[in-house]
Design a protein around this ligand. Structure first.
Ligand SMILES: Nc1ncnc2c1ncn2[C@@H]1O[C@H](COP(=O)(O)OP(=O)(O)O)[C@@H](O)[C@H]1O
Ligand SMILES: [Mg+2]
Length: 243
């Protein structure tokens, strides 16, 4: 089967058979004809979590519709090769950036993060918002950054405040995980600045300025911007960086 991306994939019926043979985990992968594929299913939640997170079948259906909508607008999301009721099969889109930034040289990490920010800015220019672009859900295949996981508030036709929120969350994720924080947050922001709207960056800075009076007094208790940081410490360092 030739996909619009130009890549040849096995027939959908074979992909579906392979997917159905897997144990029913939320996310799993298999190899067919030497290629890696990922299978995603609705979350199975205990009743208390269902109350918190909503109906998982509905949110899974929403993600599928969003994957289609995003790819129609040319966004770098995984192509859906098979969607049978209750599962989707996608090709492998590479290594999550959360691991990659720890493994590669800082200069390469900066290049890949700038490319991720470029992808985000391009999505924003067409009105798309990812919802939670954390480094866990961004993959690099050596040529391209792909955005996974549209289940955390992705939207088609979203305004600039939501775009600014996406940008803040991406920078926050870099601040949490990256070993070389300030230069890599800077490389990410520069990547966004080159391709995105200055007004979105302005809104991200306004968000930082609103939070600064609350967070900055705690700066002397916070760990330095090195190694893995907790959510609050990363937010503090991001606010100091952006304001
Ligand atoms: N198409 C894919 N290519 C590469 N990795 C993937 C792919 N789909 C899922 N993964 C891996 O599985 C993880 C979980 O998938 P994700 O869609 O984020 O599910 P969840 O909503 O449970 O977080 C991702 O963070 C990534 O590491
Ligand atoms: Mg995820």
């Amino acid at each position: 089967m030739d996909h619009p991306s130009g890549t040849a994939y096995p027939e959908p019926a074979r992909l579906l058979d392979a997917a159905r043979a897997l144990p029913p985990a939320r996310v799993s992968s298999f190899v067919l004809d030497g290629q890696v594929f990922w299978v995603k299913r609705p979350e199975t939640l205990p009743p208390r979590m269902r109350f918190q997170k909503g109906d998982s079948a509905a949110s899974f259906g929403r993600e599928l519709a969003l994957l289609r909508g995003f790819s129609q607008r040319g966004a770098p999301v995984p192509p859906v090769l098979v969607d049978d009721t209750g599962l989707v099969v996608m090709p492998d889109m590479g290594e999550p950036l959360a691991g990659l930034v720890l493994r590669v040289e800082p200069a390469q990490a900066a290049t890949v993060l700038a490319q991720a920010a470029h992808g985000l800015a391009t999505m924003h220019r067409t009105g798309l918002v990812h919802g939670r672009p954390s480094l866990r859900d961004l993959c690099w295949n050596g040529a391209q950054v792909t955005f996974l996981d549209l289940e955390a508030g992705a939207r088609i036709d979203a305004g600039e405040w939501r775009q600014a929120r996406d940008l803040v969350l991406l920078l926050h994720s870099v601040m949490r995980i990256a070993p070389d924080k300030t230069p890599l947050v800077q490389a990410t922001l520069d990547g966004y600045r080159q391709h995105g709207a200055a007004s979105v960056i302005g809104k991200a800075r306004r968000f930082a300025r609103v939070l600064a009076p609350v967070l900055v007094p705690f700066a002397r208790f916070a760990p330095p911007p090195k190694g893995k940081l907790g959510e609050v410490a990363a937010l503090l360092h991001l606010v100091l960086f952006l304001r």
